[in-house]
Design a protein around this ligand. Sequence first.
Ligand code: BGC
Ligand code: BGC
Length: 847
Amino acid sequence: MKKRILLGVISGLIAGGGLAGCGEQKMAEGAKTEDTNAASVNAAWPQLSSPITKDPAIEARIDELLARMTVEEKVGQMVQVEIRTATPEDVKQYHIGSILNGGGSFPNDNKHATVADWVALADEYYKASVDTSDGGVGIPMIWGTDAVHGHNNVIGATLFPHNIALGATQNPELMRQIGAATAAEVRATGIDWIFAPTLAVVRDDRWGRTYESYAEDPQVVYNYAGKLVEGLQGSADTEERLQGKHVIGTAKHWLADGGTENGIDRGDAVMSEEELVKIHAQGYFSAIEAGVQSVMASFSSWNGEKMHGHKYLMTDVLKDRLGFDGFVVGDWAGHQFVNGCSTDSCPQAINAGLDMFMAPDPSWKALFANTVAQAKSGEISAERLDDAVRRILRVKMRSGLFEAGLPSERANAGDESLIGAPAHRAIARQAVRESLVLLKNNDGLLPLARDQRVLVAGDGADNIGKQSGGWSITWQGTGNQNSDFPGATSVFGGIAEVVESAGGTVELSVDGNFEQKPDVAIVVFGEDPYAEMQGDIANLDYNGDADLALLQRLKAQGIPVVSLFITGRPLWTNPEINASDAFAVIWQPGTEGGGVADVLFRKVSGEVNHDFTGKLTFSWPNDAQPIVRNPGENEALAQFSYGYGLGYEDNVQVAVLSEESGLIESDGNEALAVFNGRAMDPWSLQVTDAGNNQSVISSSVTRLQGISVQSVDRKVQEDSRRLRWTGEGNAIAGFFANSRTDLSAYLGNQGALMFDVKVDSAPSDAVSLGMYCGQDCGAEQSITDVLQSAAPGEWKTVTVDLQCLAAGGAKMDMVLSPFYVRTAGSLDVTVHDIRIASKADADINCG
Ligand code: BGC
Ligand code: BGC
């Protein structure tokens, strides 16, 4: 039986593996004055001041409230629940202080929920939160949502280009307008708080969240973050800061989410503290200086330690040194990955400085109960509890929540005219125009005259879901139709309007077949939508064989070809560029596709309408091999450097580019050793014990909770590992890496995962053999029967068909763990010689 894994517990292993040291700690510049934490915090971190200062009246009011609150009420403020797993009645009963809707989560599970539905639901939760019929204090809840490029869960909202495109505009002032427009649309639905901006500074573009990043240059992220926060929350000169049409913003994901090794989502950022300060923290500096009121902890780790449990970075640095006096919220049950934690218990995170758990799954009730018990027992101190609650109440009071009343009665609530308002769409369209980056324009093909016969081809031409990318109505941005975006304009729609208004003709044909030979072909193609986890890739190759064939076919017919490339990151596209006369990167423009035609076509008079002004804030690769980007470095590996982008005045001919991908393809003939007496590079033997503690096994005998590992001899000294599970709970042992291995050649070559095993004590419960490729990526295969039927004490070889694991969800080109074993029962086995082989006769097949 194959089984798709959804096992949160194993993802921690990846980050748990990076145990590199902190590196150089001395830095040139830093805090100037005496600091209470000077002894413990690296001096490179600046002391910052927020324009939203502490108000003694608010602090006194918090004191008064805290004095009346029970432990249960306090913990309730610290648990954020999700609208799919907690009802208004739950909010009342557990004194819950906050709710969220995740990506693709809507009132009544209705994708087409109306503005009125959103507001009505906000009312219900609000009423439940302020209910004092049980004699409690009744504190109004805040609702947080991922409005990461506009109010992206709401039908009809303005969707702005994703952050990578905004970086290309080089226009920080525009961020303020985008923030304000987004906030207004969010307020219309009765929601108070936004989980944006993402301040990642991406180092490795294989990361599936690269598009949520403004730039590979921390300076750009610094320049943008504060402006966006001011737009969302309002600035000092705003009458209603945090109120009215403004919301509470969140700087995320603290810290170095964009710096994980090999671009692995939720992975480990292995780097010095200096790099944290100089690269990854820059956006937070300007966000705090603009008054951001919440910060979200990252799923990722720094040098092997999970951010959700990182006291030094959350408390000593962020709160004490940087002076952040708002609250830190967790990320989607991210506390479970802290050593020793689970979804339903993690005092470690609170003690490290997390103020609010994001607890979206049904285990939130147990989390609440356990946290109450830990607060009562003193495992979480009274000071820490009060500090966490104080921070949450401070932000609630600053945003006027205690006086705001029912969501539906607040200014702007229910105002449908704000959703997709023409003024907001105009800002988005401007952002689209300014974000387009022209890589090639040979013989000055662009700008185009309007009165021509234009063929518009490619699967991105009339596809608003595709042009919007991830976090668009649904979480991954998949499964949408154009009808899910009322009021939006596709790239084709914009072109048709311009051309037809001037007497030209347009023909839309996805496959590029036409009725009448066109004067010019515009082909819109590129990446399909994705979001976190699912968007990670193994290399930078754009796998667009069909698109390339289409471009070449059109060119062969003598038709000038303009390529418009939809993408969330730089990808190696030299073959596609060679097959195009002009090539522009349009990123993921969102709902206002008309901005593309604004730039592509001349005015009727023949003059340039809008020039291309976008510049690359991520360098564009010259082959498909991953490169780690640092500003100013690796320029030799860029086909188009950081800052590149042609305008119509530029007279540049791009010569034929190299079509060597740089990828070495294994033929999958030679067996690949995973464990051969020692763990083969890049893997190490790692264990997650029954207490969810992760460790890299580096000694010959290791006893952990519910599992032990010992080096033993079969043919030669210590050529095997004995793995013993005691049955105390789910525990995993396996070979994990911080980099990906491509096993796809084996898949096509009758490949199998093979290992020798000796069973000394048969399993008492189900045993799974797994392959892992990232959070929610991988497959498990039952080996219970194989182990149960094995003759005790005798060696046998087990051979598992790779097809089974691939069919179960393991992506063979990006494997992080080729082999792990998981059971909650007792088991005593010894393993030897683990390898990936080809032309194997598998004894575990699926089908
Ligand atoms: C993401 C966050 C997001 C949260 C709520 C997480 O998985 O990492 O960016 O805010 O989910 O949807
Ligand atoms: C949920 C989304 C959420 C995401 C966060 C998904 O499983 O469906 O709503 O935003 O997880 O990781």
